[in-house]
Write a protein that binds this ligand. Structure first.
Ligand SMILES: *[C@@H]1O[C@H](CO)[C@@H](O)[C@H](O)[C@H]1NC(C)=O
Ligand SMILES: *[C@@H]1O[C@H](CO)[C@@H](O)[C@H](O)[C@H]1NC(C)=O
Ligand SMILES: *[C@@H]1O[C@H](CO)[C@@H](O)[C@H](O)[C@H]1NC(C)=O
Ligand SMILES: *[C@@H]1O[C@H](CO)[C@@H](O)[C@H](O)[C@H]1NC(C)=O
Ligand SMILES: *[C@@H]1O[C@H](CO)[C@@H](O)[C@H](O)[C@H]1NC(C)=O
Ligand SMILES: *[C@@H]1O[C@H](CO)[C@@H](O)[C@H](O)[C@H]1NC(C)=O
Ligand SMILES: *[C@@H]1O[C@H](CO)[C@@H](O)[C@H](O)[C@H]1NC(C)=O
Length: 259
């Protein structure tokens, strides 16, 4: 009697398991039917426009509930809206079997870099895919220098990623006696500056400041700062100045670099 009862219960339980298994198998088959295609990675320079396309396709009729591009958990572009403002252009297009959600990021800056999630919710379930927007090194073509009797200063703006300034006089590396100041702007780029003391008695004709970008492992920009002869204080340093100048010319020819 007991044996018969437990046998019936087992049958009952395995019947339920079969039903649940069939249901989940059906929904897995349904969502596998839907494809969300994106470009895995896009690399951009500061100030460029970047277009991200998410293509949803299905062999069956796609009943879209929600289809969106999301950045840092927030939706930035939704299917069905055609939107255009200073920062983003959002466009939805479709043909018989494809639905495209196209997000264009205008004037891309480091704050816009990161993972963009494309999310699709339809009758058969939810699907995700993502594109990573990565930044290349950035540097504004903007030269700001300052020179007086005691200091030479050098600024670089619109720099990304974080960088430091190295100082040279000819082949003498003066970096260890200086420090680099760095400030981040609202776009995630940096303003980088550094000063060097020009000591009386060994003031040189020309100092070179170079922007070292550790992530690239190279100098991405170099500038020569000439100290006008009239603010030179001592005639006895002429020979040293001359040497500095000549060595620098060699450096300039060999060492000039761009990002
Ligand atoms: C995500 O997109 C890539 C590239 O189009 C594709 O190979 C991959 O299968 C997609 N993943 C999903 C879950 O749809
Ligand atoms: C980005 O798009 C805007 C609007 O279409 C255009 O004015 C601008 O020149 C574009 N920028 C670049 C770097 O192509
Ligand atoms: C959005 O604009 C595109 C062309 O720019 C058009 O083909 C499409 O039908 C529009 N979509 C909606 C939902 O208005
Ligand atoms: C959707 O995007 C793909 C890839 O960018 C493109 O080849 C296709 O023509 C687009 N289809 C529609 C309907 O816009
Ligand atoms: C030279 O410049 C430095 C840094 O900008 C400043 O601190 C200093 O007061 C200036 N000296 C003179 C004599 O103008
Ligand atoms: C100059 O000195 C700095 C700091 O010591 C060092 O990191 C850098 O590699 C040196 N550069 C060259 C070209 O010698
Ligand atoms: C000036 O000379 C001293 C000693 O020779 C040296 O340590 C220093 O680096 C020099 N400074 C500059 C700015 O050339």
């Amino acid at each position: 009697m007991m044996g018969l009862l437990s046998g019936v219960r087992e049958l009952h339980v395995s019947g339920w398991i079969l039903v649940i298994w069939r249901l989940s198998a059906a929904s897995i088959a349904g969502s596998q039917d839907v494809k969300l295609q994106v470009t895995p990675q896009v690399v951009s320079k500061c100030g460029e426009n970047v277009t991200l396309t998410c293509t949803a396709s299905s062999s069956r009729q796609l009943d879209i509930k929600l289809f969106s591009w999301n950045f840092k958990i927030k939706p930035v572009c939704q299917y069905g809206e055609n939107r255009s403002d200073a920062e983003v252009v959002c466009e939805s297009t479709a043909d018989a079997s494809h639905h495209n959600l196209t997000l264009t990021l205008m004037n891309v800056m480091p704050v816009n870099a990161g993972k963009y999630l494309c999310k699709l919710q339809s009758k058969v379930g939810a699907k995700y895919n993502s594109t990573v927007v990565a930044m290349q090194g950035c540097l504004e073509k903007n030269a700001i220098n300052s020179i007086n009797e005691s200091h030479v200063g050098c600024w670089f703006t619109g720099v990304y990623p974080s960088s430091t300034i190295h100082w040279f006089c000819g082949d003498v590396n003066l970096t260890d006696s200086t420090s680099t100041k760095e400030e981040e702007d609202q776009h995630g780029r940096f303003s980088v500056s550094s000063n060097i003391n020009v000591q009386k008695g060994n003031a040189s004709l020309s100092y070179k400041c170079s922007l070292w970008m550790p992530s690239k492992g190279k100098y991405v920009s170099s500038r020569l700062l000439n100290i006008p002869r009239k603010i030179q204080s001592s005639g006895s340093t002429v020979r040293l100045q001359w040497i500095c100048g000549v060595v620098w010319i060699i450096y300039f020819l060999v060492g000039k670099a761009e990002v």
